[in-house]
Design a binder for this molecule. Sequence first.
Ligand code: NMX
Ligand code: MLT
Length: 425
Amino acid sequence: MAALKQRMAEIVPAMREDIRSFLKQYGDKVVSEVTLAQAYGGMRGVKALVCDTSEVPPEKGLLIRDIPIGELTDRLPEEIFYLLCVGKLPPAEDLEDLKADFRKRAEVPQYVWDVLEAMPKDSHPMCMFNTGILVMERESEFRKAYDAGIKKTEYWEPTLEDSLNLLAKLPALGAGVYRLRFNKGPRIEPDPNLDWAGNFGHMLGIPDPKGDLKDLMRLYMVLHSDHEGGNVSAHTCHCVGSALSDAYYAVSAGLNGLAGPLHGLANQECLNWILMVHEKFGGVPTDDQLRDFAWETLNSGKVIPGYGHAVLRVTDPRFTAFREFGLKHCPDDPVFKIMSNVYNVIPDVLKEHGKAKNPWPNVDAASGSLLYHYGMKEFPYYTVLFSISRAMGMCSQLIVSRAWGEAIERPKTLTTAKFKAMLGA
Ligand code: NMX
Ligand code: MLT
């Protein structure tokens, strides 16, 4: 048995028992109240979902299994996936085992390329990527096992199998979408000596003489991997998965949410905004010019992409990690400089504007300027990078919730008339 599965098999019975007895003893305790404003306002702050893989304290930012993301930036994504699932970083032999397992499962079936090649040439890369995932649903081990009558306590096992099969293929699928959609020539074979994210950098085919782009891809995949359970993509994946749809259906559904401009697509919008600044001022603008441009954006009713967050109330530590990478590798790049200057100006503008509860940058504010520096200039593609990484969080959440046997998600809704009657309005 592969090491990751073995470790999961060791911890699952105790996890299940722990949650069962916790619920038995405390099941009727109140953990959250819901105001009318929350019911109409995207349920912000309502504590009504469980996620054990990661947590986002508003004043600290992402913790993966209690480890601050800033302490994980030198790790490989494979280590993060193991950490998400098992709750501990892998020992060296388990890491090697997982890397080898991913390599073994990495080949994308030809029928996926046939479908993607038949899509309209101007399809959005996110649509192509998510179609690629969905069309592989026929591979699902969970669906086969379910049809054959698998026991509920074993659901997590074929879910892990589906997750490994799917995750292993995402670098090749993502790189293939990049090359097909942007006419970059034939697909590039994986390098058997490279890790999951390094191979993705390799298969993109962007010149990388010093290996910095591969390092950026490793960092990118670590930083975007998970962000607790209530964000649109994780929550959607979880909700679809709670109907026992398999990982292909559930992850593809989640990623369709990531494609929205208020969520993952913000990274393409961010770079767009920075490039508009660059073009308008013919280079790096002064802080006053930047401030004026930001007000123009706000006064035209638009948001400043990459700023604000539904949960965070500080600068996103993932933004800080990207900025540090840029300060080390490309401090004089004009687009990176604008991004850095934006960070000096925007929080005060947003505070003065007075609407956003969080005036600080989120993960999407910095990544685009680095990708642009390394030659990835097709910004509609950026959310695909986010997707490859976030699939790790979604899959691990799915595996863990199947392991302890979570119920189908089905909160209660009321009509506006019912709410009015309830409150005597
Ligand atoms: N620029 C201008 N206005 C903003 C911004 C911003 N960056 N952020 C929030 N606001 C507004 C928001 O539109 C809302 O206005 P209104 O009352 O007119 O509807 C008001 O401030 C209150 O919103 P919040 O409660 O602060 O934010 P909320 O939790 O509803 O939404 C975001 C969070 C992330 C959707 C929001 O901050 C935003 O739209 N940011 C820009 C897009 C972005 O960067 N998204 C990426 C999020 C991270 N990710 O990767 O998913
Ligand atoms: C993020 O990574 O910032 C998100 O998925 C958005 C969120 O947590 O609400």
